[in-house]
Design a protein around this ligand. Sequence first.
Ligand SMILES: NC(=O)c1ccc[n+]([C@@H]2O[C@H](COP(=O)([O-])OP(=O)(O)OC[C@H]3O[C@@H](n4cnc5c(N)ncnc54)[C@H](OP(=O)(O)O)[C@@H]3O)[C@@H](O)[C@H]2O)c1
Length: 238
Amino acid sequence: MARGIAVVVGASGGIGRALAEALAGDSAYNVVVALSRRRPAGWNRLWISVDTLDETSLVNAAAALRSEGDLTRIIVATGRLHGPGTLPEKSMRALSSDAMMAMFAVNAVGPALVAKHLLPLTPRDRPSLFAALSARVGSIGDNHLGGWYGYRASKAALNMLIHTLAIEHRRSRPLGCCVALHPGTVDTALSAPFQAGVPAGKLFSPAQSAAALLRIMDGLGAEANGGFFAWDGTTIPW
Ligand SMILES: NC(=O)c1ccc[n+]([C@@H]2O[C@H](COP(=O)([O-])OP(=O)(O)OC[C@H]3O[C@@H](n4cnc5c(N)ncnc54)[C@H](OP(=O)(O)O)[C@@H]3O)[C@@H](O)[C@H]2O)c1
């Protein structure tokens, strides 16, 4: 059986690292490549330095990956919810141009640039999957609480980008699939300041989330192209 090449962008993050580890233990893949700004701790396999906002680094990564062969799974696990001196906005009074720009850059623009450079490396004649980690709070239909303006809006923008990329991708790769995925609430640096209200049993470890996401991804075919799914396989409204 032909095995595949898997790439995890953002492999230094909590969920990205767990996804890369899980893929490395999956016999469906003979090569698993980590792409991130810094080498993930303890990762001894192929690693390529990538900043998703530096297009030159993506051009170089694509050139290196091309020599490995067709990419059958690409996962984008980069993201930003807070940064130095910046917390998600509880009210419109907290909106700031710089904070929103940074959020849109990492959460929406970065994954789209990854798609621009890596989707052309997927096979034309066999199935492949491109998945970007989005978030349920990026759903407009599911937004009953408000708040978190920049994060919500940047993930909604990501969802639109993925859906639009999926339409274009289908034209040259009818067996390909591009999706947005919600990983659940996961115990990582990104969620750490906001875990207090999470009900018992609802906070996943990165390994649990990665296992659930990979189970879902394994079941997604071309018919799922352009969709937005949660870790448990349910469809999330736009
Ligand atoms: N954790 C949750 O509860 C949760 C819930 C819903 C959705 N998500 C989504 O899941 C994804 C992964 O989140 P996580 O919890 O694993 O977060 P995390 O541990 O904070 O990891 C975020 C990753 O994004 C990378 N990154 C940020 N900007 C980058 C850039 N310009 N270029 C390259 N890499 C960049 C970070 O790289 P560095 O290591 O270099 O900083 C890190 O690897 C995100 O999209 C997040 O929005 C998470």
